[in-house]
Design a protein around this ligand. Structure first.
Ligand code: SF4
Length: 502
């Protein structure tokens, strides 16, 4: 038996779900968003999500369900294919109905398109499934690099339009905040459209090119290395300069007399640093530029840039302020290295205490290589952030605050396309989800402009009744699978199964 219906029939995807649309002068008026497209037979609306198929308003994409049955990701397979399934849903492999392709019930005075009952570990559960229209949403992007991409607060442009800004740098990563209601609605029509495109493409794991005012050109794609000014970033730094000193001090001890780790924020000097003192190292007498924070830790040794350790340094000797003749000595061995181990140089002090480049001994190079070995691959992480605390709650319950409270009380598990969503504390239902854990092409758009994203609320059946849920609309999962045109994909094993409730 197959419950996959890849052959769309008019209205099949909305049979159980979204009864949007009414006929006017031979055209269907789609009421799934405020645009109210009038769609002729055989045509789609402005967002390409809804079509008029022989007079029936039909969600173009099939509902996406995910199962743990082994098959290629995204492959169309019959439900329970290859298994000796007896037709009893209780003994079938677990299936989760995602919001991808579920349809929308704008303005949410109606129950969600799919309110699905199933059992997990003997517990009756309900998943409320919808595609939400988010006017208030954005993408938080983490770019693993210490290279300078632009000043904090610098505008980020795409196709010439401002679509976000550089935000606070984090440990080893530059951060962008992209999209948001201000750029969607507060600027020109083109700014809103480009912002919407950027957000949808980022969410759908596509590469997007940006230009930062006064900074770099970037190519960002979820779970892929960033491309900065045409160069693909390879390594995320092992730590700041001070951390690098701390991590490798023991391994340098006895092999070099001084190590200077150049970093845009905290440059480390081994023999002056607490780590060198702990090892009883003789002070090297090499003073570096910048502002001394604490012993062996220096701020502002250079300007930010694409050189060593996120600075504009390409010649490491530029960070040397002076050599103290009372402390330094001829023959002193000095290693200068960046926080990724990609840049390094080795010097020996001559009779005049000048740093003279020398061949790096293999045992020193081994530790430099160890820095590189300890760097993680540089990636872009793209997190979707959306406010789900508005009208879509009415599709779940007649008493919306009960949903909000139940989520905060951990009675409701929130997922986006099956991916776990972090819900911010405080007011509202502000979700944060890694798009790399969501199904491909999970995001859509409407020309208001706004982003369409899947969201699911999973809970025990008794919890659903207690929060004033639309219990009369609950459908067994086997009925949904039998009647709704759907596409089956592999469950992402990195995601916890949503019905595994507390
Ligand atoms: S743009 Fe809005 S009204 Fe038009 S087809 Fe899409 S959802 Fe329906």
């Amino acid at each position: 038996m197959s419950t996959t219906r890849a052959d769309p029939e008019p209205g099949a995807a909305v049979e159980l779900g979204d009864p949007v649309g009414k006929v006017e002068a031979g055209k269907i008026v789609c009421t799934a968003c405020p645009v109210l497209c009038r769609i002729s037979d055989g045509r789609t609306g402005a967002c390409d999500r809804y079509a008029n198929v022989k007079g029936v308003l039909t969600r173009v994409d099939p509902l996406v369900v995910a199962t743990t049955v082994e098959h290629g990701a995204g492959e169309l397979v019959p439900f329970a294919a290859g298994k000796d399934w007896d037709g009893n849903i209780l003994s079938a492999p677990p299936v989760f109905v995602t919001g991808v392709g579920a349809g929308t019930t704008y303005p949410d005075y109606k129950p969600a398109p799919f309110i699905v009952a199933s059992r997990h570990d003997g517990v009756e559960t309900v998943t409320v499934v919808t595609e939400a229209i988010f006017s208030y949403c954005s993408f938080k992007v983490k770019i693993d690099t210490d290279r300078y991409i632009g000043a904090e607060c610098a505008p980020v442009r795409c196709q010439g339009e401002v679509v976000g800004h550089v935000t606070t740098m984090e440990y080893g990563s530059q951060m962008l905040s992209l999209g948001g209601v201000h750029h969607l609605t507060g600027g020109s029509k083109k700014e809103g459209r480009v912002t919407c495109d950027v957000m949808m493409n980022l969410g759908n794991k596509q590469a997007v090119e940006f230009e930062i005012e006064g900074g770099s050109r970037l190519v960002v794609q979820a779970d892929k290395p960033p491309i900065i000014d045409g160069v693909t970033e390879q390594r995320m730094r092992v730590g700041c300069g001070s951390a690098t000193i701390g991590i490798f001090a023991q391994q340098w001890f006895g092999k070099v007399d001084e190590v200077i780790v150049i970093d845009d924020h905290i440059t480390g000097v081994l023999t002056e640093h607490q780590a060198g003192r702990f090892l009883g190292m003789r002070p090297g007498g090499i003073n570096v530029v910048g502002r001394r924070s604490t012993p062996g830790r220096y701020f502002q040794v250079a300007n930010p840039g694409s050189g060593w350790g996120g600075t504009d340094i390409t010649d490491p000797l530029k960070v040397i302020l002076s050599v103290n003749p009372k402390l330094a000595w001829p023959g002193e061995r000095v290693l200068m290295v960046s926080t990724t181990g990609e840049d390094y140089a080795y010097y020996v002090l001559d009779e005049r205490l000048a740093l003279v480049a020398a061949a790096m001994p293999a045992e020193v190079k081994h530790v430099v290589d160890r820095i590189g070995e300890n760097c993680e691959p540089a990636l872009c992480t793209v997190l979707f952030m959306g406010g789900a605390g508005g009208s879509l709650r009415a599709g779940v319950t007649e008493n919306p605050i009960a949903l909000t409270r139940s989520i905060k009380a951990m009675l409701v598990n929130v997922t986006c396309g099956g991916a776990p969503a972090y819900v911010w504390p405080g007011g509202g239902i502000m979700v944060l989800v890694d798009v790399a854990r969501m199904p491909d092409n999970a995001f859509g758009w409407v020309p208001t402009p706004a982003i369409v994203a899947p969201i699911e609320f999973t809970m025990r059946l008794d919890s659903y009744a207690a929060l004033g849920g639309h219990v009369g609309q609950v459908r067994p999962i086997e009925e949904v699978l039998a009647k709704a045109r759907h596409r089956t994909i592999s469950w992402n094993p990195a995601n916890p199964w949503p019905e595994r409730l507390a």
